[in-house]
Ligand binder design. Structure first.
Ligand SMILES: Cc1cc2nc3c(=O)[nH]c(=O)nc-3n(C[C@H](O)[C@H](O)[C@H](O)COP(=O)(O)OP(=O)(O)OC[C@H]3O[C@@H](n4cnc5c(N)ncnc54)[C@H](O)[C@@H]3O)c2cc1C
Ligand SMILES: Cc1cc2nc3c(=O)[nH]c(=O)nc-3n(C[C@H](O)[C@H](O)[C@H](O)COP(=O)(O)O)c2cc1C
Length: 1083
């Protein structure tokens, strides 16, 4: 486990209980097996653990479910079968609807086995496929849990011939209603603290024993080997306590083959080692209660349980009975004791006919398993530190085997002890009745003094949330975070990674969010938005509970769109409804009106307001009160750290950077309609991508594909020529920045990759440079005139705005225009935005082309400066123009459920599109062909017809399909994409009628789609008002805005109602989901 921790690594001594915090690596440049600022902490008992009440975001559930089901069907040799596909679809739908799904019993069995197989610390994995699974997902109460556990213990114990068993209780739902077994093992011994501080019983269970007693467990006479009761919690309710009947627990009195006195020591141990507190994580679903058992390896008892100084610690007693010379370590008396105790354990278990194994046999069997896994699976995650036995390590074959530690799913995961977080009230109330013990008091005193001395912990907890599509909100949030960190306990989260329940614990919640689509949240804010809606609908108790809880929201948007900053407004409103105190009024930063300046002002205001609210004094040297707060941020130093010997995986880096499952699709066909060569030519690219039937790329008509463009070689070369300190193109590098505390941190926005990949895939070189970037360039300009010009652009908003709108200069143009600028590569790259994917509406139906995705893209190209300047070329469309058949495109699929076909096909539809806005409608008409059984196109009626997708029988049977009217506009008839296909659709009565508008047809007056609609007003209004028609609009914003106006006008005119009423009807139409838009962008 490689661990990066800004506060150091906590390291516990399990014998003394001392906790050390190792921080040395933070201050030093570390070299060796670990990369800089990273430290290997794999000897920590719990080196990774599931966060409390962690509710996995839907996207991750989907991803993990798919991976798991693929594995399941691969394992049962049914990968790619109809059963596989339909199961994926079913699960996908369930997750979309409820964020969960139900694993079948077979899937559960497979998942349990795999979790065992994947457990890096388990030496007994050779048995993984024999695990017996008890499905207890139906249980409702703690009582029922208890019965299941007794059944488990009985079956597993099997009169000593142990069987490996797991019992799976219901999965996590909302993170608040977990089923949990509070015990760490189903069977374990109690530990009692004597008045003199010594311990009777198992010291590792003292705390838990005290908890059981406080919960009402009664024991008449305590011994060293009292079986602890089970503490079980169902549905997040207060736990209940159950005593395990004596006859259920098989215990073995310990004797030695040669020392009769050994038996008189009165030692014993139980037969069944059953781990009860780990979380079983399978296919995206978490099972917080899933106790499982195998059998003991003798050393676990002989060496660890009995001889560990912090456990039963019997070494000295045994040594004295053996009359060993304990005066010096050199007599190796401890080793002798260890050996004899271990012999006693193995001997006793054998004598009682109870399954166990010695560490040599276990090691050898593991080696066999390990080699087999390497052969059959290509690897085996393994934790050397845990696997090597605790005695005779170097004579075990495991000692000499190098191992790689990593974590696969399904898995068993550590989680916080149930009593430490749920349900707090009960546990705290009952424990509080007990007289505090000396050790507890000491801990409390130490903790208090730590808190007292730590000014940091007294600072308000400020969480910064962002949701961002193209990276601006994220960029701003990162800047704000750097600033907040020195004043508050600040944390930065993308909304997609934030557990909304945590809102309750914050002092202040600051959100920076953009708006996308038609007033929607960006995709990484989608889930958060849904959670906020759900909280309201379900009247959930989630609230800003701190009295002093406050919030502030900065919305990013563009006044070019009708729903300006709609998501920011939504978040701001909901935060208030949840009981937060508004720290500042909502601030909307307009892309068309110096968004960056608005952000700077807002940041200053919000920082001051937070300081005021929490009475934090800021002296004059603090940047909060400085005029230009960004000087510090801009002088952040950056560097490239070269990673030796690593290999890059571009898809993985793209997936990591964009938090998406990025796939590759191969270009299987491409054609261009129109003139793409000229500087202002209007051309449309039609692209066929082969998805290899990848489940990651399954879509419905109306969905989007995000395509990752690449910067071309020419711009990369021009860029690198202007930079200082570029690393070698092929070196694997990690960009690092020095934060305000002078520490080097990995630049989270970009994962390690080669410099070549960084420039081609991750740095936005073609957008207009921001004012921040220009400021950095100004500071690096040698020529004073250039410095002054750059400074004007960097500081004067009006000049900057004009410069952007006129010039469309990208960073490379600027570096070439201002030739005295010599800037450090790492410093510049660290402030340039991350290259974002471009979305395209899918123009095909998976029913017709199951292994393909088709796209229709308008080439973006124009002459700047009113025809006098450079040719501006859209990045992605240029990339798509250049790629050839056989090339691979990195992409991911994004569902767009608000633009799917209506549930009932009998409803009439009005399709309105301009330019490449025709794209999704092609998917729609293909889908309709499929459903009606109409041949689509000879080359597309593939052999696979019906192989993966069955026609919707219900639709076929009803044989009632509503009319479809298509209104389409483009520049000239000759540029119209899919014209012959549209004719065929008319011929087959898939489309009822078409209406075309051409705006640049020679010799004809300009005509737009809205003109056609207006002309056809009586029918349009009748269809909308009387026939329940669905209206679909797709294309650029300007067109969509005109169409909206026209539809309202039509409703007003032909519905005989006034403007206000027509607007209301239109609003309702939208709310009912009968007016759907898929808008591409403002320009
Ligand atoms: C949900 C969604 C679906 C989409 N579906 C499609 C689709 O199916 N087909 C399709 O073609 N596009 C679609 N788009 C648009 C697409 O994502 C890209 O924005 C478009 O292809 C341009 O990308 P680019 O990288 O080539 O241009 P960029 O390099 O991103 O440049 C575009 C920028 O250039 C500027 N610009 C654009 N046009 C001009 C101009 N004429 N003069 C001067 N400057 C200009 C604007 O600032 C614009 O932001 C969709 C967008 C979204 C958000
Ligand atoms: C396709 C598209 C749709 C958009 N829709 C809206 C919108 O409905 N309302 C709005 O205020 N801004 C809208 N915007 C503008 C963005 O919110 C704005 O560009 C913002 O600065 C992006 O921030 P981000 O990079 O953090 O996502 C849209 C932009 C695009 C490209």
């Amino acid at each position: 486990m490689w661990l990066e921790d800004r506060h150091g690594v906590e390291l516990r001594n399990h014998t003394t209980g001392k906790v050390f915090v190792d921080k040395l690596f933070l201050k030093n440049i570390c070299e060796g097996p670990c990369s800089e600022q990273e430290v290997c902490a794999s000897s920590r008992m719990v080196s990774r653990q599931v966060p409390d009440n962690y509710k996995r975001p839907k996207e991750k559930v989907l991803q993990q479910a798919k991976e798991f089901l693929d594995g399941f069907f691969r394992n049962s040799k049914k990968f790619g079968s109809e059963e596989h596909i339909s199961r994926l679809l079913e699960v996908h739908k369930d997750i979309e609807d409820t964020s969960r799904y139900h694993l079948t019993y077979d899937e559960l069995v497979y998942g349990c086995g795999m979790a065992w197989r994947n457990a890096p610390r388990c030496v007994a994995r050779v048995q993984w496929s024999t695990l017996k699974v008890f499905d207890a997902r139906h249980v409702q109460t703690a009582q029922e849990m208890f019965h299941s556990i007794i059944e488990h213990i009985n079956y597993a114990t099997n009169q000593g011939r142990l069987r490996s068993v797991i019992t799976v209780f219901p999965p996590r739902t909302d993170g608040q209603s977990d089923f949990r077994v509070w015990n760490s093992q189903l069977i374990s011994y109690a530990g009692y603290r004597n008045p003199d501080g010594t311990i009777k019983g198992d010291p590792s269970n003292v705390q838990f024993t005290e908890l059981c007693l406080s919960l009402g467990w009664q024991i008449e006479q305590t011994t060293r080997f009292d079986i602890l009761p089970l503490v079980l919690q169902a549905k997040g309710l207060p736990p209940e306590i159950f005593v395990i009947p004596d006859d259920v627990v098989l215990q073995i009195p310990l004797a030695h083959p040669s020392f009769p006195w050994f038996q008189e020591l009165g030692l014993r141990w139980y037969a069944l080692p059953a781990v009860a507190n780990m979380l079983f994580d399978c296919g995206g679903i978490q099972f917080p209660a899933a106790p499982f058992n195998g059998w003991y390896m003798g050393t676990e008892i002989g060496s660890r349980d009995l001889c560990d100084p912090q456990r039963y610690d019997i070494s000295e007693t045994v040594a004295s009975k053996m009359e060993l010379d304990t005066s010096s370590h050199t007599t190796l008396w401890k080793d002798t004791v260890l050996l004899e105790v271990n012999k006693a354990v193995l001997y006793s278990y054998q004598m009682c006919g109870v399954t166990t194994w010695d560490h040599h046999t276990a090691s050898e069997s593991f080696m066999q398993f390990y080699e087999n896994e390497m052969k059959t699976r290509g690897g085996c995650p393994a934790d050397w530190i845990w696997l090597v036995p605790p005695m005779s390590s170097s004579i075990s074959p495991l000692f000499h085997q190098e191992m790689a530690l990593y974590f696969l799913k399904p898995s068993f995961e550590y989680q916080t002890a149930a009593w430490s977080n749920t349900p707090k009230k009960l546990a705290v109330k009952q424990i509080a009745k007990r007289t505090p013990k000396f050790r507890a008091v000491m801990i409390a005193v130490r903790l208090c003094s730590y808190l007292y001395h730590s000014r940091w912990l007294k600072r308000p907890k400020v969480v910064l949330l962002f949701a961002s599509q193209s990276g601006k909100a994220e960029n701003f949030a990162t800047k704000a975070f750097f600033k907040f960190k020195s004043l508050f306990q600040a944390k930065l989260y993308c909304m997609a990674d934030y557990d909304i329940n945590q809102l309750q614990d914050q002092h202040a919640t600051i959100a920076i969010v953009s708006t996308f689509g038609d007033g929607e949240a960006p995709s990484n804010g989608d889930e958060f938005k849904k959670s906020l809606v759900k909280i309201k609908e379900e009247n959930s108790k989630i609230r800003f509970v701190n009295k002093s809880s406050c919030f502030a929201v900065l919305g990013l948007g563009s006044t070019a769109y009708p729903n300006f900053c709609a998501f920011g407004k939504f978040v701001d409103n909901r935060f208030q409804e949840l009981g937060g105190t508004r720290l500042l009024a909502l601030n909307c930063a307009d892309e068309l009106n110096n968004q960056e300046k608005a952000f700077q002002t807002w940041l200053l205001d919000v920082t001051n307001a937070l300081c005021k609210q929490y009475l934090i004094r800021v002296d004059n040297s603090n940047f909060v009160n400085k005029g230009s707060s960004f000087d510090q941020l801009n002088t952040v130093s950056a560097r490239f750290s070269v990673i030796e010997g690593g290999k890059e995986d571009v898809l993985q880096v793209l997936s990591d950077v964009h938090h998406k499952e990025v796939s590759l699709a191969r270009v299987s066909g491409k054609s261009i309609i129109g003139d793409s060569g000229s500087s202002e030519g209007h051309a449309t690219i039609f692209l066929q991508l082969n998805t290899f039937n990848s489940e990651n790329l399954k879509y419905k008509p109306g969905d989007h594909l995000a395509v990752f463009p690449r910067n071309n070689q020419d711009i990369i070369q021009r860029f690198t020529l202007r930079l200082k300190n570029c690393p070698a193109t092929r070196s694997l590098i990690q960009l690092q920045v020095q934060n305000p505390n002078q520490k080097w941190q990995n630049w989270k926005k970009i994962a390690p990759c080669t410099f070549e990949t960084l420039l081609s895939r991750f740095v936005d070189l073609t957008g207009s440079p921001s004012q921040d970037t220009l400021r950095l360039l100004a500071s690096s300009a040698i020529d004073q005139t250039e410095k002054a010009q750059l400074n004007i652009l960097a500081e004067d908003s009006a000049s900057y705005k004009q410069w952007v709108s006129l010039g469309y200069a990208n960073i490379v143009d600027v570096l070439e225009d201002f030739s005295s600028v010599r800037v450090d590569a790492a410093a510049l790259i660290s402030i340039l935005p991350v290259l974002q994917p471009r979305f395209y509406s899918i123009s095909s139906s998976a029913a017709i082309v199951p292994t393909e995705i088709h796209l229709t893209a308008s080439v973006v190209r124009c002459l700047t400066l009113d025809g006098e300047g450079r040719v501006f070329k859209g990045l992605c469309t240029s990339y798509l123009e250049e790629i050839r058949r056989g090339d691979f495109v990195a992409c991911y699929f994004k569902s767009n459920s608000s633009f799917h076909l209506p549930l009932y096909p009998s409803k009439p539809m009005i399709w309105i599109a301009a330019g490449s806005g025709i794209a999704p409608f092609r998917g729609f008409w293909q889908q309709r062909c499929f459903e009606k059984g109409v041949p689509f196109h000879s080359t597309f009626i593939t052999k696979v017809w019906g192989k993966f997708w069955k026609p919707n029988i219900q639709h076929q049977a009803s044989n009632r399909y509503g009319s479809i009217y298509l209104y389409y506009g483009c520049k000239e008839k000759a540029l119209q994409p899919f014209s012959s296909e549209v004719d065929a659709m008319i011929h087959h009565k898939i489309i009822s009628r078409t209406f075309f508008a051409f705006s640049r047809e020679k010799g004809k007056s300009k005509c737009y789609v809205q003109d056609l609609l207006w002309k056809d007003g009586p029918r349009v209004s009748a269809q909308i008002l009387n026939e329940g028609a669905y209206v679909y609009v797709c294309g650029r914003l300007a067109m969509a805005a005109q169409v909206e106006k026209t539809i309202i006008k039509i409703i007003c005119q032909y519905g005989n109602i006034n403007q206000d009423e027509a607007e209301m009807v239109f609003k309702n139409l939208k709310a009912e989901g009968r007016y759907k838009t898929d808008v591409f962008g403002a320009s």
